[in-house]
Design a protein around this ligand. Structure first.
Ligand code: ZN
Length: 623
């Protein structure tokens, strides 16, 4: 034991991954390991010298007679291993032992880790990277989006009407029809002559005609608006006399009747009606529905190389559900769930019981609170320092009052939680930074200790950009939003403000900010390759390049999707790089996204996704 103890405190040599590992992890060691380590950190000495034996026999012999380390369970070799650890750089092979990474090095180095049961994947030149960490998404909504009508591909309003008509045909009278993902900017603009168009969206008369007995509720791609037919509005108690709720708009036709379009908090009334509708389900049916959503979400995540997922909003009830899944071993993807939708009073009482910090091969962590200060730019809900150019009577919406978020900040400090505030507009970003700064000053603490985040951080006044780095506030951005929004941002902000404030990645990075990445799924597809490509090209959906002076480098974009997101969850000691001793969460990509030409990036396939050393996804046609 003395030897082991000594080795665990072996002075760190930054060029030697083996020693680095020794400093970080405890594992089975034989005395010969100690000798190997002391003699220069090489594993070449372990190679068998019996030239007549087959490589398998040699490996087996090595395991039985000259075994220097506990064998690996899986070795991936013959490719490129981008560790995203600046001390380690790139290698050609990686050895996994159980749930953790045993070593990185050359393919020859790995022979020391071959035992009788060690499996091998021949990378054939492919790239291994740390598993993608989705930095901001909505886990159960991703699953639910697979259970309801998918309107994301609708190219015309009529596509949506037809999908609803098919669903109504199959539904019982009174059954609700749910859909998600429509976006008016994707439609070709042709509507029926009879349609009254309000704010670019037809009023609901046409849809009412096909769905009189079925409430229809279709959520916008952004989640910041929704469309309801007359039956759904009726169930929600919305009529001509209803006033707009705080932070929301009931969009109206020329005659003053609700058009069906509901912005931001105006959706709440329908959602309350849906909650009542859901009471028809037994507790077992609710659990089964949620379980299906979780399973569908996990499938989507793993298929896209996502091994950890920051869930931007879970109530205590949902966290209880996640806990049950974790206990059953039924969470295939690691979740970092942000507490959401609970009052300050409730959080002050219950947060201590819910704090869960990731340790080892854990699948659930809870240590942050999600707040939302404003809405989205597309729906004129982002809170701006100056009014919208195309809606000059408004600077946007405040969804959750500053004083309320300020109180959350105090509660978070008292309970060791991060605050992760959704802020999209310039005013929203400034107010959020102000709230954080005031709270930290009052508590005599600093951002680097707390790692509080701004979710989205899309439009930032140049005066506020350096505050992220200076204060230590993480910009939890989504590369894909930049290229989806790019074509129409200037219509909301004007050219000058767009150039000055929108998605200023380079100035953020250069002023020391840490940028996370993600997709905000189901707002955008969970696909990290798409968001990575957006981050390094800023080529929009219409083919132009959106202010290319702010592109990230390939390395920065990869870090933003791995180690930076791990840091943003206080999990960088466990994951985010392929450092020996960390969790064996990794992805094999069909090609090298650090070097292929920009236009080839979207062809990248996820060949394998491993979580905790287990292959959780393998592409059927992968070599
Ligand atoms: Zn979100």
């Amino acid at each position: 034991m003395q030897f082991v103890k000594y080795l665990l405190h072996f002075p760190q040599n930054p060029t030697c991954s083996f020693r680095k590992f020794c400093n970080k992890s405890r594992w089975w060691l034989s005395i010969s390991v100690l000798v190997t380590a002391l003699s220069g950190c090489g594993s070449e000495d372990a190679a068998d010298s019996n030239p007549g034996a087959s490589s398998d026999q040699r490996a087996a012999a090595s395991a039985s007679t000259e075994q220097t380390v506990e064998p690996a369970t899986l070795i991936l070799s013959g490719g490129k291993v981008a560790t995203v650890d600046p001390e380690l750089g790139n290698h050609t092979a990686i050895a996994l032992r159980g749930a953790t990474i045993a070593a990185v090095g050359s393919s020859e180095d790995m022979s020391a880790y071959v035992g009788p049961d060690t499996e091998n994947i021949d990378l054939q030149g492919r790239l291994v990277i740390p598993g993608f960490i989705e930095g901001h998404g909505h886990y159960l909504s991703l699953g639910r989006a697979r259970q309801i009508l998918n309107l994301a591909d609708a190219k015309t309003w009529n596509d949506i009407v037809s999908k609803v008509a098919v669903a109504v045909d199959k539904a019982q009278p009174g059954e609700w029809i749910f859909g998600r993902g429509w976006h008016q900017d994707k439609w070709d603009g042709e509507f029926a002559d009879s349609d009254e168009i309000v704010d670019g969206v037809p009023a609901n008369d046409g849809i009412n005609a096909i769905s009189r007995d079925n409430p229809v509720y279709l959520v916008h791609a952004s989640g910041h608006a929704a469309y309801a037919n007359a039956a759904a509005l009726g169930a929600a108690g919305i009529d001509k006399t209803s006033e707009d709720p705080a932070g929301g708009t009931i969009v109206r036709k020329a005659n003053g009747e609700a058009s069906g379009l509901l912005r931001e908090n105006a959706q709440d009334a329908v959602e309350r009606a849906v909650a009542i509708y859901d009471q028809r389900l037994s507790p077992e049916e609710v659990e089964a529905t949620l379980k299906e959503q979780s399973d569908l979400a996990a499938q989507e995540a793993l298929r896209h190389g996502v091994t950890s997922f920051h869930d931007a909003g879970a109530s205590f009830d949902v966290i209880d559900f996640y806990k049950r899944l974790e206990d059953q071993g039924a969470l295939p993807v690691r979740l970092y769930a942000m507490v959401r939708g609970e009052s300050n009073e409730e959080m002050a009482k219950r947060l201590p019981d819910y704090r869960m910090v990731a340790e080892g091969n854990d699948f659930l962590a809870v240590r942050s609170i999600k707040r939302q200060i404003d809405g989205a730019l597309g729906a004129h809900g982002a809170w701006l320092l100056e009014p919208y150019v195309d809606m000059p009577n408004t600077p946007g919406l405040v969804l959750e009052p500053v004083a309320d978020i300020e109180r959350t900040a105090e509660i978070a400090l008292a309970n060791g939680y991060q605050v992760n505030t959704h802020a999209i507009g310039t005013r929203a970003n400034r107010e959020t930074l102000d709230i954080y700064e005031r709270a930290w000053q009052a508590a005599d603490t600093t951002g680097d200790k707390l790692r509080w985040r701004v979710e989205h951080a899309q439009h930032i006044h140049p005066d506020d950009v350096p505050r992220f780095g200076k204060l230590g506030v993480i910009a939890a951005m989504q590369g894909i939003h930049c290229v989806s929004d790019g074509p129409w941002i200037a219509s909301r902000l004007g050219e000058e403000r767009t150039k000055l404030t929108s998605y200023p990645w380079r100035t953020l990075i250069e002023s020391g900010a840490i940028i996370g990445n993600g997709s905000d799924v189901p707002v955008e597809p969970i696909d990290p390759i798409a968001s990575y490509t957006a981050s390094v090209t800023r080529i929009t959906n219409t083919g132009e390049t959106f202010h290319p002076e702010h592109v990230m480098t390939r390395e920065e974009a990869l870090a933003s999707y791995t180690i930076n997101n791990a840091y943003a969850a206080f999990e960088d000691d466990l994951k985010g790089s392929l450092t020996p001793g960390k969790l064996a969460d990794l992805v094999v990509l069909s090609q090298d996204i650090l070097t292929v030409a920009d236009e080839k990036l979207p062809d990248t396939q996820i060949d394998y996704t491993l979580v905790g050393g287990e292959i959780k996804y393998a592409r059927a046609t992968a070599p």
